[in-house]
Design a protein around this ligand. Structure first.
Ligand SMILES: [Zn+2]
Length: 387
């Protein structure tokens, strides 16, 4: 289930909800029944609590998002899952100071909420005429009152701070830990140490969780185990991609197409993005979408020159695959002509990444185990999670 429902936009950031969120509502209803009912008003109260807790989660993710945007990183959106929120960012900041600030901006919001709510909670207690602390604590812990609501929100926000302080991926504490290590021993080795620490912690959580049948600890253990694995894999892949030269993966498509060719000539071998070359030099790009539009619009007899995009962005053959991928993202172009000494050497497209991945998968230096599709899908979920 990939589809999510858009709730709205906050400062231009789309906020969506995953359909599995319905499970939370079901859980609230079942919990109410188990607690002996209490009628529709108790259910409404529990629902209000859940909604407020998720509002705090959204604010946490907005904290990360605003800090990331401050560092020029695009935020694609925030998605709410039953277990928390995900802020989906274009990339993870690689500078240690930036990664640290983006990571702590989330829990900092929850700390601020808790600190802001305490005076209100105390003030409310005074207005209600509670003199003994014990009585008031009993009131906060009990029934459906404003005091219960405030007390619960303070507790939840503090728990979010403590939970995220655990130095393990994919929690915020894991990112702060990695950023600190990166500054000392470099990003790749820093990540390796952070991943191992996270896995060791996860093992402790799993053992204690099994031993004392503490199910939420088991869940956290599994969550951290997958998160650490995925983060390690991502950074290994990223480092490997920095070492590979894009020229090695460029596709030699018979030297592209000439400006004087009729556009129908570009359809040989199926419509695709083609580089336009003149005497070995790249002079433009003929995009697949424009080509198809022209052909469908009755422009079959036009020449390539009339249709081509002259605003051409080329990459040098010795640039790293990683840098090229970043440039593709930034410019939103998914095909780039590769040049060497000003001469066209072939095209690098988004599909070429499949070859890059196959190449990396085959080399033993990188392959950290070929995990199945399920672990990868789960990992992709966890990776974005508490980012
Ligand atoms: Zn976070």
């Amino acid at each position: 289930m990939r589809r999510t429902f858009r709730l709205g936009r906050i400062y231009g950031i789309p906020v969506s909800i995953h359909p599995s969120f319905a499970l939370v509502l079901l859980f609230v209803a079942l919990d109410q029944r188990r607690m002996g009912g209490g009628g529709p008003s108790a259910f409404a109260f529990a629902l209000l609590l859940v909604l407020l807790v998720f509002a705090c989660v959204v604010l946490h993710e907005l904290g990360h998002s605003f800090m990331a945007m401050h560092y020029g990183i695009r935020v694609h959106g925030i998605t709410l899952w039953p277990m928390g929120g995900v802020a989906i960012m274009e990339q993870v900041p690689t500078r240690p100071s930036a990664e640290t600030l983006v990571a702590i901006a989330g829990p900092a919001v929850n700390l601020a909420i808790a600190v802001a709510l305490v005076p209100i909670l105390v003030g409310y207690g005074l207005v209600q005429g509670y003199v003994g602390i014990g009585d008031y604590v009993a009131e906060v812990a009990g029934g459906a009152s404003l005091a219960t609501l405030l007390g619960y929100l303070v507790l939840v926000n503090l728990m979010l701070v403590v939970f995220n302080a655990i130095p393990a991926f994919p929690l915020d504490g894991g990112r702060v830990f990695r950023a600190g290590l990166s500054a000392l021993i470099g990003r790749e080795r820093g990540t390796r140490v952070a991943v191992l620490t996270g896995q060791a912690l996860a093992l402790v959580f799993l053992i204690v969780g099994f031993r004392y049948a503490y199910w939420s600890l088991l869940l956290v253990g599994a969550f951290v185990l997958v998160g650490a694995h995925v983060e390690g894999r991502t950074v290994r892949l990223e480092s490997a991609m920095r070492r590979l030269r894009v020229g090695q993966f460029a596709l030699w498509d018979r030297g592209g197409i000439a400006p004087w060719h009729p556009v129908t000539y570009a359809l040989r071998g199926g419509p695709r993005d083609v580089a336009v070359t003149d005497g070995g030099r790249v002079v433009g790009m003929l995009w697949r979408s424009q080509l198809l539009q022209a052909i469908n619009g009755g422009g079959r007899d036009r020449t390539v020159e009339e249709l081509m995009d002259r605003d051409v962005v080329t990459v040098a053959a010795d640039e790293s695959v990683y840098d090229v991928q970043q440039r593709m993202h930034a410019s939103n172009r998914w095909a780039m002509p590769v040049v060497e000494d000003g001469q066209y050497r072939g095209i690098f497209t988004a599909e070429r990444f499949v070859h890059v991945h196959r190449h990396l998968g085959a080399s033993t230096a990188w392959s950290g185990g070929k995990s199945g599709g399920f672990a990868q899908a789960l990992g992709a979920t966890v990776r974005g999670w508490v980012r």
